[in-house]
Ligand binder design. Structure first.
Ligand SMILES: Cc1cc2nc3c(=O)[nH]c(=O)nc-3n(C[C@H](O)[C@H](O)[C@H](O)COP(=O)(O)O)c2cc1C
Length: 199
């Protein structure tokens, strides 16, 4: 697919055909492309938890959802996703990388960081997953995990405390879904957000 077409077609897809798993080779390409994301100091302080079996995906939903007894329509559709990829950021990898001699931030002081590059880089990786999904004619959605669900999630999957899930990417073959009401806001025009020369 043409790059511009990938960008134009990308949107969050929130329902999937539950009978069609994502082929292994496609899953591997999603992950391989994620690893091509840029990262500060080439730290690559990220990790990806991949959940595909019915049992593992159920464990995810049980750990992160309020209740599965009567799921809301959003959750019911999202639970059809045959593949869940959790990108996790690893701050310590950045603090350690920048303490190396070519960077020299040996105090590992977080105040040196203008913004949390560990989360940014992991977000870049997530975007590459989303774009690759479009290129594979799949649907995908990035969604958040609430702060109070982080610990149950880590406990369920044995994720070390140093790793922070920045969200979850659901992937699968598209099924009819509801458009997010947020989209009524429309894309903000270039003239409103771009400042040429000065603010
Ligand atoms: C950081 C982030 C968190 C998001 N969290 C959710 C979420 O929890 N649930 C959801 O359905 N969509 C979520 N989205 C998707 C946005 O609602 C969506 O990107 C936005 O409405 C624009 O729609 P589009 O991506 O389809 O163009 C999230 C997107 C981002 C970038």
């Amino acid at each position: 697919m043409e790059f511009q077409e990938v960008v134009r077609r990308r949107r969050m897809v929130r329902n999937y055909d539950p009978t069609r798993p994502v082929p292994e080779a496609v899953r591997d390409r999603l992950l391989a492309n994620a690893l091509r994301a840029p990262s500060a100091g080439f730290s690559q302080g990220w990790a990806f938890l991949v959940l595909e079996s019915d049992a593992d995906r159920s464990r995810f939903w049980r750990a992160t959802a309020d209740s599965l007894d009567d799921p809301d329509p959003w959750m019911r559709d999202m639970m059809n996703a045959p593949l869940l990829i959790m990108p996790l950021s690893h701050k310590q990898a950045y603090l350690d990388r920048y303490a190396a001699s070519d960077k020299g931030w040996t105090d590992r002081d977080e105040a040196r960081w203008p913004v949390p590059y560990w989360d940014i880089d992991t977000g870049f990786a997530a975007l590459l997953i989303l774009l690759t999904a479009v290129d594979e004619e799949l649907g995908a959605c990035f969604f958040g995990v609430s702060p109070e669900r982080m610990d149950p999630f880590r406990a369920e999957f044995g994720v070390p405390g140093e790793y922070t899930p920045i969200g979850c990417v659901s992937v699968g073959y598209r099924a009819p879904d509801r458009r997010s009401p947020s989209l009524r806001r429309g894309h903000r025009p270039v003239s409103e957000v771009v400042h040429h020369g000065s603010w």
